[in-house]
Design a protein around this ligand. Structure first.
Ligand SMILES: [Zn+2]
Length: 306
């Protein structure tokens, strides 16, 4: 019987779940469930434990021995304590999710931040496979990042490392939900692109549509997209200056724009660099499975350490 780990990526709308073979790293089974965040944090935590328990049963039925559980969630995660401190999308506040699941299944568990786990997966298995130092930048509704060196991330002293979205690039800019003004996220996130276009044009469309309209000559869309690219480039310049990475891997929903994002972004970053070396700027490879695969990697690490 092969050993397997249970991986669950907890998102605002869905749970992405997988059974991953410890020896080969291959996904043996995957399933998705609604998060049901409106049920409240206790019921959601209970449902996650239930899903994990079902996956452990499924593993045994498939001649796999479940060895550990990897959980990842958005927001502020105290990885050392295994507590989801604050996840706005899921409704978690100080939920001791790791121990809750570990107790229910009788298996060791690990809880980590979804973007850091996704970064780990991209660095080990995806677009960063050949790079020793990878900076993963997820541009979606919000913006977060994680630096991976030799297949390891660091959550920071307080679980709050990598908040690229809240790096200030326009000190006189709009007030951000975080309390600062002119954060990268206020211009460069998918939510900001859609909001700023709606404010200018009066049309409520998705960020993807703004990108399409910018390419076809819509002046409002072009202006908003240009500001987004410039704010993102200012943020990336700071990261390049601090980390000197081999590669920057761009993931998240906005990365689906592909060359419409990466080409102008690369040019804008290059224009800003003087002494720094331009790293490879590439699109993430694992798509929306990165978080789940990262959760599995963390669980596999835990099995290997015991
Ligand atoms: Zn902010």
């Amino acid at each position: 019987m092969n050993d397997a780990v249970i991986a669950i990526d907890i998102g605002g709308t869905g749970l992405k779940c997988a059974l991953v073979d410890v020896a080969t790293g291959a996904i043996r089974h995957s399933e998705r469930h609604p998060t049901g965040a409106d049920r409240g944090p206790e019921r959601v935590a209970e449902a996650i434990a239930e899903v994990a328990s079902g996956l452990a049963d499924r593993a045994r039925a498939d001649d796999l021995t479940p060895k550990a559980v990897g959980l990842v969630a958005p927001g502020v995660i105290d990885e050392a304590a295994g507590v989801a401190v604050w996840s706005a999308n899921v409704g978690f506040r100080d939920v001791p999710l790791r121990d809750l699941v570990a107790k229910r299944l009788g298996l060791p568990a690990v809880l980590a931040h979804d973007v850091r786990a996704g970064a780990l997966a991209e660095a080990r298995l995806g677009a960063g496979r050949d790079a020793g130092r990878v900076w993963f930048v997820a541009i979606g509704t919000g913006i977060a990042a994680a630096y991976v060196r030799d297949g390891r991330t660091d959550s920071g002293a307080h679980g709050a490392s990598g908040e690229l979205g809240h790096v200030v690039v326009r000190p006189d800019g709009p007030l951000c939900a975080c309390g600062q003004r002119g954060c990268v996220e206020s211009f460069g996130s998918a939510a900001a692109v859609a909001r700023r276009y709606a404010d200018r044009s009066g049309h409520a469309v998705t960020a993807d549509e703004v990108v399409v309209r910018a390419a076809s000559g819509d002046a409002d869309a072009s202006a908003v997209w240009h500001e987004a690219i410039n704010a993102l480039a200012d943020g990336l310049r700071i990261g390049i200056t601090l980390y000197d990475p081999d590669a920057i891997i761009v993931g998240g929903g906005l990365a689906e724009a592909g060359p419409a994002l990466l080409d102008p972004l690369e040019a804008a970053v290059r224009r800003r660099l003087t002494f720094q070396t331009m790293p490879l700027l590439v699109r993430a490879k694992l798509g929306d499975e990165a978080g789940c695969l990262g959760a599995a990697q963390l669980a596999i690490d835990m099995v290997a350490a015991t």
